[in-house]
Design a protein around this ligand. Structure first.
Ligand SMILES: C[S@@+](CC[C@H](N)C(=O)[O-])C[C@H]1O[C@@H](n2cnc3c(N)ncnc32)[C@H](O)[C@@H]1O
Length: 239
């Protein structure tokens, strides 16, 4: 699939599944995504007043966690799906966080921010969906401040047999069927395993972080490698 087709396919998928996205996340990951998000926030150690940009923010769970942890620090969520953002905005309004969180419709491939703007730039289950992974990481590194952190939480590739075989049976065969049975969206949920096929594994993604110039890159496999957290730091000299 070429870059443009991938982008419009992904956009259509999320516009279509937005109303059921949160519920399906809980079901399909057996609620593991909540534990992965908590682990990530612990590792990030956001301090009061620090600023964050959350790319591919979707329905804004991570954006909201970042805003809460920073207690009033500037928090921006960016996503290209209007329907996903509308659900995120409703959560933000309900929690009365509108004064802290700004949501922007935009493309992660080309960020509308100057260099060196945020303390953290995050992307949660989004990188797999973009046409050019390295370009997005470069953009993240560009807009993070010197000494700031680029953080990616994403699905990954378990390596340990027999868990790996069992997991891939679930992920590739059962999961799209659950999408069909529960919310009548087979094609959309088939995109999940398809998008992982060409995505780098734990070590390759860490290497890609380093290639973009990020330093002190740390990679944490989660739940037997089903997901992974990568954190890289921009040099204090901005290099
Ligand atoms: C799997 S959802 C993740 C949502 C949220 N970050 C979370 O952790 O639940 C992926 C999101 O990435 C967004 N997305 C995919 N490609 C994008 C791009 N190129 N620019 C902006 N958003 C994009 C989709 O619209 C969707 O909301």
């Amino acid at each position: 699939m070429d870059a443009e087709s991938k982008q419009s396919h992904v956009h259509a998928v999320f516009e279509s599944i937005a109303p059921k996205y949160d519920m399906m996340n809980d079901v399909l990951s057996f609620r593991r995504h909540k534990a992965w998000r908590k682990f990530t926030m612990r590792k990030m150690n956001v301090q009061p007043g620090q600023s964050s940009l959350d790319l591919c923010c979707g329905t804004c769970d991570w954006t909201i966690a970042l805003a809460r942890e920073s207690r009033g620090g500037r928090t921006v969520g960016l996503d290209f799906s209007r329907n996903m953002l509308d659900i995120g905005q409703a959560k933000v309004d309900k929690l009365d966080l509108g004064g802290t969180i700004e949501l922007i419709q935009g493309n992660a491939m080309s960020l509308p921010f100057p260099d060196n703007t945020f303390d953290f730039v995050t992307i949660g289950f989004g990188l797999r969906n973009v046409p050019d992974y390295e370009r997005v990481i470069r953009e993240m590194r560009r807009v993070v401040k010197p000494g700031g952190k680029v953080v990616c939480l994403e699905l990954s590739k378990p390596t340990w047999q027999p868990f790996k075989a069992l997991y891939y049976f679930y992920f590739e065969k059962l999961l799209p069927l659950l999408g069909k049975w529960l919310v009548k969206r087979y094609e959309q949920y088939r995109w999940l395993p398809e998008s992982l096929a060409s995505f780098p594994d734990l070590q390759a993604l860490a290497e890609m972080f380093r290639t973009t110039g990020l330093r002190n890159v740390r990679a944490y496999p989660l739940t037997g490698g089903v997901a992974a957290l990568h954190i890289g730091t921009k040099g204090n000299d901005g290099a």
